[in-house]
Design a protein around this ligand. Structure first.
Ligand SMILES: Nc1ncnc2c1ncn2[C@@H]1O[C@H](COP(=O)(O)OP(=O)(O)OP(=O)(O)O)[C@@H](O)[C@H]1O
Ligand SMILES: O[C@H]1[C@H](O)[C@@H](O)[C@H](O)[C@@H](O)[C@H]1O
Length: 385
């Protein structure tokens, strides 16, 4: 290498683990079925990860009635049904007591036990259960084998009415998972779930990200908090917005973005999700733009940037620019060479069961250099103590 020539940062591949069951979702509006779709946070997360070529191991269980073809095959439990949710939405929001939906678990697939997890070590893990399938011992095992674990609180605090399966929430401290908080990297909750956490207590132990629907999200850590602004969206179905948010957030994190920038990417994928029923289809040109933008950003930040704990929770100087680039990317959806109608008809929400077949996107994406990732993980851990 010639003197003065800049060495490209050496890229490495992160190993990730996603744990949580796929499910069947049936959507009702005012008592009428309006959509049926593949669901489960793991399916929404894999939709984002596959779109951005993030390779991962998935541990998910379904029954022999599972109706979809997926790119990351689940474990089939012959004796159990696939988890099934009925989500009831109401035009008159009073009848749903101001929740955006009433959710009922109609069937529950088998839980995921520690022995279902691979024997390997992972750079990151996502605990994204939907119906109580992640047991305390399963999360504990994930914490043993993954360097950073992102947890969706819905995996921890949901309980189910024994008569009709209505989903209710319990306080995190009564959930059987509270003692694991100091080992969790990030805890993600929706605005509806946030009251079940004592945020002041939880933020001493891990970073907490509260998603706030059309208002974006708020990140809390030991020494501070920050509101991250949303992207405009026209909401058709909120299902899975939080899951896609988490997918985008984790992608940002493993690319080495500071937490607020990663949360912005989460907001971006959350906003893309609410515009479609069920699992969203992301436009490939839009995904390419996002990948280019991530490449550009890590080259700007360089691998020699100064790192300190506070910096990981501070917006990058290019935060606004990143936001503008993502807004610009969404314009691809409306200015497709004047062929908006064609695009819209290809992407319009379907009311029939879709057979979702993901394409594996070639070679795994090479991500941020290892020393930087090591530092980020250290800093997230240091921020707690
Ligand atoms: N109407 C909206 N407009 C723009 N962005 C939205 C809208 N709704 C959701 N989002 C984005 O998606 C993220 C997650 O949404 P939300 O807070 O509704 O998650 P959630 O309740 O966990 O969803 P679910 O449980 O259905 O997966 C938000 O933080 C926001 O960035
Ligand atoms: O598919 C959805 C999705 O994963 C949501 O995040 C979850 O809240 C629902 O339980 C599930 O049916």
């Amino acid at each position: 290498m010639a003197i003065g020539e800049q060495r490209e940062p050496e890229m490495v591949t992160r190993r990730g683990l996603v744990v949580g069951n796929y499910c069947h979702d049936v959507l009702f509006r005012d008592g009428r079925v309006v959509g049926e779709s593949l669901g489960g946070a793991a399916s929404f997360v894999s939709n984002v990860f596959d779109g951005l070529s993030i390779p991962c191991n998935y541990v998910s269980k379904v029954g022999s009635d599972f109706a979809y073809s997926v790119s990351h095959p689940p474990i089939t439990s012959p004796s159990s049904m696939t988890t099934l949710f009925h989500a009831h939405f109401f035009s008159d929001r009073d009848s749903s007591r101001h929740q955006d939906r009433i959710l009922r678990r109609i069937h529950a697939c088998d839980p995921i036990s520690p022995s279902d997890l691979p024997e390997s070590q992972f750079d990151f893990g996502l605990a994204v259960g939907v119906a109580g399938e992640i047991l305390p011992e399963t999360l504990e095992r994930m914490l043993d084998i993954c360097r950073v674990v992102f947890v969706d609180i819905q995996a921890l605090i949901r309980v189910f009415d024994p008569l009709d399966g209505t989903v209710k929430l319990v306080e995190l401290k009564d959930s059987g998972f509270f003692h694991l908080l100091p080992r969790i990297g990030f805890l993600k909750a929706s605005a509806e779930e946030a009251p079940y956490i004592d945020i002041e207590e939880a933020r001493k132990w891990c970073a907490v990200v509260v998603t706030e629907g059309k208002d974006g999200c708020r990140v809390y850590w030991k020494d501070g908090e920050l509101q991250i602004f949303p992207f405009p969206a026209s909401q058709i179905d909120p299902t899975g917005a939080g899951d896609s948010f988490l997918g985008g957030f984790v992608v940002g994190f493993i690319w080495g973005l500071p937490v607020p920038d990663a949360a912005l990417l989460g907001n971006f994928f959350g906003s893309l999700t609410v515009g479609q029923i069920g699992l969203p289809k992301f436009d490939s040109r839009l995904l390419q733009r996002v990948n280019n933008e991530l490449q550009r950003k890590i080259h700007c930040m360089g691998c020699c940037r100064t790192r300190d704990t506070a910096a990981d929770f501070r917006m990058s100087v290019e935060h606004k620019e990143f936001q503008a680039a993502l807004v610009e990317a969404t314009k691809l959806l409306t200015t497709y060479n004047g062929q908006e109608d064609e695009w819209n008809s290809q992407n319009s929400p379907t009311k029939e069961i879709e057979q979702i077949v993901h394409q594996q996107n070639g070679d795994p994406q090479k991500l941020f250099p290892d020393p930087i990732y090591d530092e980020t993980v250290q800093h997230v851990k240091a921020a707690k103590t």
